[in-house]
Design a protein around this ligand. Sequence first.
Ligand code: HEM
Length: 186
Amino acid sequence: MTAYLAAHRAPDRVTDTVLRNSLRVVLHSGHESTARLLGNALPACLDSPGSLDALAGGVTDTALHELVRCAGPVQAEARGCVEDTEVNGNPVRRGEVVTVLIAAADRDPRAFTDPDALRLDRHPNPHLAFGRGPHACLGAPLALLVTRLALGALARHHRRPRPVGEPVFRRNATLRGLDRLDLAWG
Ligand code: HEM
Protein backbone atom coordinates (compact mmCIF):
# COMPACT_ATOMS: atom_id res chain seq x y z
CA MET A 1 0.00 0.00 0.00
CA THR A 2 2.78 2.42 0.90
CA ALA A 3 4.65 1.56 -2.32
CA TYR A 4 1.48 2.27 -4.30
CA LEU A 5 1.07 5.62 -2.58
CA ALA A 6 4.70 6.56 -3.17
CA ALA A 7 4.33 5.75 -6.87
CA HIS A 8 0.95 7.39 -7.48
CA ARG A 9 0.38 10.25 -5.13
CA ALA A 10 0.05 13.76 -6.55
CA PRO A 11 2.12 15.96 -4.18
CA ASP A 12 0.20 19.08 -5.24
CA ARG A 13 -3.05 17.48 -4.02
CA VAL A 14 -1.88 15.52 -0.97
CA THR A 15 0.64 17.25 1.26
CA ASP A 16 3.32 15.40 3.20
CA THR A 17 1.54 16.22 6.46
CA VAL A 18 -1.77 14.76 5.29
CA LEU A 19 -0.05 11.68 3.88
CA ARG A 20 1.97 11.08 7.05
CA ASN A 21 -1.05 11.56 9.25
CA SER A 22 -3.17 9.20 7.14
CA LEU A 23 -0.49 6.52 7.26
CA ARG A 24 -0.25 6.98 11.02
CA VAL A 25 -4.02 6.39 11.28
CA VAL A 26 -3.84 3.23 9.17
CA LEU A 27 -0.91 1.89 11.18
CA HIS A 28 -2.55 2.73 14.49
CA SER A 29 -6.00 1.37 13.55
CA GLY A 30 -4.45 -1.64 11.88
CA HIS A 31 -2.52 -2.63 14.95
CA GLU A 32 -4.36 -1.39 18.03
CA SER A 33 -7.96 -2.20 17.09
CA THR A 34 -7.35 -5.74 15.91
CA ALA A 35 -5.07 -6.57 18.83
CA ARG A 36 -7.72 -5.31 21.23
CA LEU A 37 -10.51 -7.21 19.52
CA LEU A 38 -8.50 -10.42 19.90
CA GLY A 39 -7.87 -9.68 23.56
CA ASN A 40 -11.50 -8.80 24.27
CA ALA A 41 -12.84 -11.76 22.31
CA LEU A 42 -11.03 -14.34 24.41
CA PRO A 43 -12.62 -13.55 27.82
CA ALA A 44 -15.96 -13.12 26.02
CA CYS A 45 -15.61 -16.68 24.68
CA LEU A 46 -14.36 -18.06 28.01
CA ASP A 47 -17.39 -16.50 29.69
CA SER A 48 -19.74 -18.17 27.28
CA PRO A 49 -19.56 -21.96 27.66
CA GLY A 50 -19.23 -23.90 24.40
CA SER A 51 -18.00 -20.92 22.38
CA LEU A 52 -14.46 -22.18 21.82
CA ASP A 53 -15.83 -25.62 20.88
CA ALA A 54 -18.11 -23.95 18.34
CA LEU A 55 -15.19 -21.91 16.94
CA ALA A 56 -13.01 -25.04 16.73
CA GLY A 57 -15.49 -26.33 14.16
CA GLY A 58 -14.96 -23.23 12.01
CA VAL A 59 -15.00 -19.47 12.59
CA THR A 60 -17.92 -18.37 10.42
CA ASP A 61 -18.63 -14.81 9.28
CA THR A 62 -21.71 -14.87 11.52
CA ALA A 63 -19.56 -15.74 14.54
CA LEU A 64 -16.98 -13.10 13.66
CA HIS A 65 -19.58 -10.35 13.45
CA GLU A 66 -21.03 -11.35 16.80
CA LEU A 67 -17.57 -11.21 18.35
CA VAL A 68 -17.05 -7.73 16.94
CA ARG A 69 -20.48 -6.65 18.21
CA CYS A 70 -19.91 -8.03 21.69
CA ALA A 71 -16.18 -7.52 22.14
CA GLY A 72 -15.43 -4.76 19.64
CA PRO A 73 -12.74 -2.32 20.74
CA VAL A 74 -14.06 0.95 19.28
CA GLN A 75 -16.51 2.54 21.70
CA ALA A 76 -17.21 5.86 20.03
CA GLU A 77 -16.80 7.78 16.83
CA ALA A 78 -17.45 11.32 15.74
CA ARG A 79 -19.25 12.91 12.82
CA GLY A 80 -19.20 16.52 11.64
CA CYS A 81 -22.69 17.73 10.87
CA VAL A 82 -23.06 19.10 7.30
CA GLU A 83 -26.58 20.53 7.67
CA ASP A 84 -28.89 21.52 10.51
CA THR A 85 -30.73 18.45 11.71
CA GLU A 86 -32.10 16.66 14.74
CA VAL A 87 -31.00 13.51 16.53
CA ASN A 88 -33.58 11.98 18.84
CA GLY A 89 -35.28 15.34 19.27
CA ASN A 90 -32.00 17.17 19.93
CA PRO A 91 -31.10 19.90 17.44
CA VAL A 92 -27.66 19.60 15.84
CA ARG A 93 -26.37 22.55 13.83
CA ARG A 94 -24.22 22.53 10.75
CA GLY A 95 -20.53 22.46 11.74
CA GLU A 96 -21.11 20.85 15.12
CA VAL A 97 -19.45 17.55 15.93
CA VAL A 98 -21.50 14.69 17.31
CA THR A 99 -19.91 11.83 19.22
CA VAL A 100 -21.89 8.63 18.96
CA LEU A 101 -21.38 5.68 21.28
CA ILE A 102 -21.42 2.80 18.85
CA ALA A 103 -20.58 0.22 21.51
CA ALA A 104 -23.72 1.23 23.43
CA ALA A 105 -25.77 0.98 20.22
CA ASP A 106 -24.39 -2.53 19.77
CA ARG A 107 -25.89 -3.51 23.15
CA ASP A 108 -29.22 -1.77 22.53
CA PRO A 109 -32.02 -4.16 23.61
CA ARG A 110 -34.29 -2.56 20.99
CA ALA A 111 -31.94 -3.78 18.28
CA PHE A 112 -30.57 -7.03 19.75
CA THR A 113 -32.32 -9.76 21.71
CA ASP A 114 -30.39 -10.59 24.90
CA PRO A 115 -27.77 -7.98 23.94
CA ASP A 116 -25.17 -8.83 26.59
CA ALA A 117 -25.00 -12.47 25.54
CA LEU A 118 -22.47 -13.74 23.04
CA ARG A 119 -24.48 -15.71 20.51
CA LEU A 120 -22.17 -16.92 17.80
CA ASP A 121 -25.13 -17.75 15.54
CA ARG A 122 -26.80 -14.33 15.91
CA HIS A 123 -28.40 -13.34 12.62
CA PRO A 124 -29.19 -10.74 11.46
CA ASN A 125 -26.59 -8.69 13.27
CA PRO A 126 -26.78 -5.02 12.23
CA HIS A 127 -23.88 -3.91 14.50
CA LEU A 128 -22.01 -0.64 14.13
CA ALA A 129 -18.62 -1.86 15.33
CA PHE A 130 -16.93 -0.93 12.04
CA GLY A 131 -18.97 2.24 11.56
CA ARG A 132 -21.24 2.91 8.59
CA GLY A 133 -21.23 4.85 5.35
CA PRO A 134 -18.39 6.24 3.24
CA HIS A 135 -15.99 6.39 6.21
CA ALA A 136 -16.71 2.91 7.51
CA CYS A 137 -13.62 0.95 8.53
CA LEU A 138 -11.18 0.44 5.72
CA GLY A 139 -9.53 -2.51 7.43
CA ALA A 140 -12.61 -4.53 8.44
CA PRO A 141 -11.88 -7.45 6.06
CA LEU A 142 -8.28 -7.63 7.33
CA ALA A 143 -9.39 -7.44 10.97
CA LEU A 144 -11.92 -10.24 10.40
CA LEU A 145 -9.36 -12.39 8.60
CA VAL A 146 -6.80 -12.02 11.41
CA THR A 147 -9.46 -12.81 14.02
CA ARG A 148 -10.66 -15.85 12.08
CA LEU A 149 -7.10 -17.24 11.88
CA ALA A 150 -6.01 -16.41 15.44
CA LEU A 151 -9.16 -17.48 17.29
CA GLY A 152 -9.59 -20.53 15.05
CA ALA A 153 -6.04 -21.68 15.87
CA LEU A 154 -6.59 -21.07 19.58
CA ALA A 155 -9.92 -22.90 19.56
CA ARG A 156 -8.44 -25.91 17.74
CA HIS A 157 -5.42 -26.16 20.02
CA HIS A 158 -5.45 -29.35 22.07
CA ARG A 159 -4.98 -27.38 25.29
CA ARG A 160 -7.67 -24.96 26.35
CA PRO A 161 -7.03 -21.71 28.17
CA ARG A 162 -8.73 -21.28 31.53
CA PRO A 163 -9.18 -17.90 33.22
CA VAL A 164 -7.34 -17.33 36.47
CA GLY A 165 -9.00 -14.32 38.06
CA GLU A 166 -10.86 -11.53 36.33
CA PRO A 167 -9.63 -9.79 33.17
CA VAL A 168 -8.37 -6.28 33.82
CA PHE A 169 -9.49 -3.70 31.27
CA ARG A 170 -7.47 -0.61 30.44
CA ARG A 171 -9.12 2.65 31.45
CA ASN A 172 -9.78 4.28 28.12
CA ALA A 173 -12.92 6.06 26.99
CA THR A 174 -12.77 5.27 23.29
CA LEU A 175 -10.81 2.06 22.75
CA ARG A 176 -11.75 -0.88 24.95
CA GLY A 177 -8.99 -3.39 25.54
CA LEU A 178 -7.23 -5.54 28.07
CA ASP A 179 -4.45 -4.56 30.35
CA ARG A 180 -4.12 -8.04 31.72
CA LEU A 181 -5.63 -11.49 31.33
CA ASP A 182 -4.21 -14.30 33.41
CA LEU A 183 -4.77 -17.77 31.98
CA ALA A 184 -3.80 -21.31 32.80
CA TRP A 185 -3.44 -23.89 30.05
CA GLY A 186 -4.61 -27.44 30.11
C1 HEM B 1 -11.33 -5.04 15.11
C2 HEM B 1 -10.69 -4.22 14.35
C3 HEM B 1 -11.21 -2.88 13.91
C4 HEM B 1 -12.32 -2.20 14.33
C5 HEM B 1 -13.37 -2.59 15.37
C6 HEM B 1 -12.33 -0.96 13.57
C7 HEM B 1 -13.31 0.01 13.68
C8 HEM B 1 -13.34 1.17 12.98
C9 HEM B 1 -14.35 2.20 13.11
C10 HEM B 1 -15.54 2.17 14.06
C11 HEM B 1 -14.03 3.19 12.25
C12 HEM B 1 -14.80 4.49 12.07
C13 HEM B 1 -15.85 4.27 10.98
C14 HEM B 1 -16.76 5.44 10.81
O1 HEM B 1 -16.37 6.59 11.09
O2 HEM B 1 -17.93 5.20 10.38
C15 HEM B 1 -12.83 2.79 11.56
C16 HEM B 1 -12.22 3.55 10.59
C17 HEM B 1 -11.04 3.19 9.99
N1 HEM B 1 -10.34 2.01 10.14
FE1 HEM B 1 -10.84 0.52 11.38
N2 HEM B 1 -11.24 -0.94 12.74
C18 HEM B 1 -10.55 -2.10 12.91
C19 HEM B 1 -9.39 -2.49 12.24
C20 HEM B 1 -8.79 -1.77 11.26
C21 HEM B 1 -7.65 -2.20 10.48
C22 HEM B 1 -7.00 -3.59 10.59
C23 HEM B 1 -7.32 -1.16 9.65
C24 HEM B 1 -6.23 -1.03 8.65
C25 HEM B 1 -5.36 -1.95 8.30
C26 HEM B 1 -8.26 -0.09 9.89
C27 HEM B 1 -8.25 1.12 9.24
C28 HEM B 1 -9.21 2.08 9.38
C29 HEM B 1 -9.18 3.36 8.68
C30 HEM B 1 -8.10 3.85 7.72
C31 HEM B 1 -10.33 4.05 9.04
C32 HEM B 1 -10.79 5.43 8.58
C33 HEM B 1 -11.69 5.27 7.35
C34 HEM B 1 -12.18 6.62 6.82
O3 HEM B 1 -12.23 7.59 7.60
O4 HEM B 1 -12.54 6.70 5.64
N3 HEM B 1 -9.13 -0.50 10.86
N4 HEM B 1 -12.43 1.56 12.00
